[in-house]
Design a protein around this ligand. Structure first.
Ligand code: FAD
Length: 363
């Protein structure tokens, strides 16, 4: 996304990707409506399924809520296809793509950044590092490690057609199968992407929890399963997210929604902000860095701070969560739907005293 934005503005852009595209990426592939609007129109071609309604289940609490909208709340993709499409868009805008080309070292110099790769060494005036939660660039440039990495697994399940038909109509999120986390079923065109995550790093057998979840939904007898796991950074890095001529974006910066663990919106959003900061501040690296931090603060970081506060209540105070959803479940579900649609952010809700009064039933 950053490469496309910068190439479109006339910059000379090199896009380096470790894997050969298209490549599998461990991800549910759920594109919330707020993320979809960042994507080019061509992305419609890789949408496998769309859901205008989404179910929230609270297992063991007897609570279930549905959010329904005229426009899809969430669209499902396979990341291999979406990511390749974005790389092609960047190429069409003028960026040069080198895939199968891991960056092996990043050395900041006064006037440029040196990038060593399997296909030679390159010099760049600015680097947007979108190299994921295990970012080599962040390590090489001296950022401290991400504080909160949530383990998550994703299974691609291929069911016989009659079985698949039973589950293909509903995208669902289930709380209560794992402490401080949730599980999901995301139907794709021909299969189900199912997964589970824990927002805490204590050792936990995610596979056993996921099996238990699938059993309880009656999902069984799959013909094939592809099992994947990775980590999701639920807290941004604490230092400023640009240093010298290097800007961190997406998971590399830790820009993931702390409640939903959804990272695509802010990965796309931060990539656009990085491009804008370079456009506004170049050639002066300190102006670029300042501008990036300013843009992130107003558009992403404030909201993530408020989200982390709400996440504590959702994941670490289950009795309080139960009370709130029993009392005001439909209202809270509508709020979640507004966030997903991009109509509302966490920060505005947390700062507004009316939010708390409404939760207590005051009209
Ligand atoms: C199990 C699971 C399920 C998830 N489900 C969802 C979901 O449904 N919806 C959602 O919004 N988010 C989801 N997420 C989070 C989402 O996947 C990430 O937030 C998102 O992919 C971040 O995008 P990114 O571009 O920053 O990083 P990534 O998608 O991780 O991309 C990083 C890229 O950099 C490349 N790279 C890495 N190192 C190098 C190197 N040294 N040299 C060159 N290239 C390199 C990688 O090959 C990769 O292509 C999920 C995450 C997990 C683990």
């Amino acid at each position: 996304m950053a490469a496309a934005e910068l190439a479109r503005r006339g910059h000379s852009v090199l896009l380096l990707e470790k894997a050969v595209l298209p490549r599998y990426k461990t991800c549910g592939g759920g594109i919330l409506n707020r993320a979809f609007h960042f994507l080019p129109a061509s992305a419609a071609a890789v949408v496998e399924t769309s859901f205008n309604y989404v179910q929230l289940h609270f297992h063991g609490e007897g609570l279930q809520f549905t959010a329904t909208r005229a426009e899809p709340l969430v669209r499902m993709v396979m990341r291999a296809e979406l990511d390749q499409l974005l790389a092609r868009e960047a190429q069409a805008a003028g960026a040069r793509l080198l895939d199968g080309c891991p960056v092996t070292a990043v050395v900041p110099r006064p006037d440029f950044v040196e990038l060593a790769t399997g296909q030679g060494t390159f010099q760049a005036r600015f680097v947007v590092a979108a190299d994921g939660a295990q970012s080599l660039t962040a390590k090489a440039c001296g950022w401290s490690p991400l504080a909160s990495l949530a383990p998550a697994i994703e299974w691609e399940l291929f069911l016989p057609p009659a079985e698949f038909a039973r589950f293909r109509e509903t995208a669902r999120f289930d709380f209560g199968f794992i402490a401080a986390g949730y599980a999901w079923v995301f139907p794709k065109r021909n299969h189900l992407s199912v997964g589970i995550l824990s927002t805490v790093r204590t050792p936990v057998n995610l596979a056993a929890h996921l099996e238990n979840y699938l059993r309880s939904l009656g999902i069984q007898g799959w013909e094939r399963v592809e099992k994947h796991g990775y980590v999701i950074p639920l807290e941004p890095r604490r230092e400023p997210l640009a240093r010298g001529r290097v800007l961190l974006a997406g998971d590399a910066a830790g820009l993931v929604d702390p409640i939903t663990a959804e990272g695509i919106s802010h990965a796309l959003g931060s990539a656009r902000l990085a491009a804008q900061a370079i456009e506004d501040g170049a050639p002066d690296p300190s102006r670029v860095a300042r501008r990036y931090q300013e843009l992130l603060e107003t558009q992403i970081l404030g909201d993530l701070r408020a989200g982390r506060w709400l996440a504590k209540f959702i994941y670490h105070h289950p009795r309080l969560r139960h009370w709130a959803f029993r009392w005001q479940g439909p209202r809270l579900t509508q709020f979640a739907a507004r966030v997903v649609m991009g109509e509302r952010g966490y920060q505005a809700a947390v700062k507004n005293p009316w939010s708390y009064l409404k939760l207590l039933g005051v009209r």
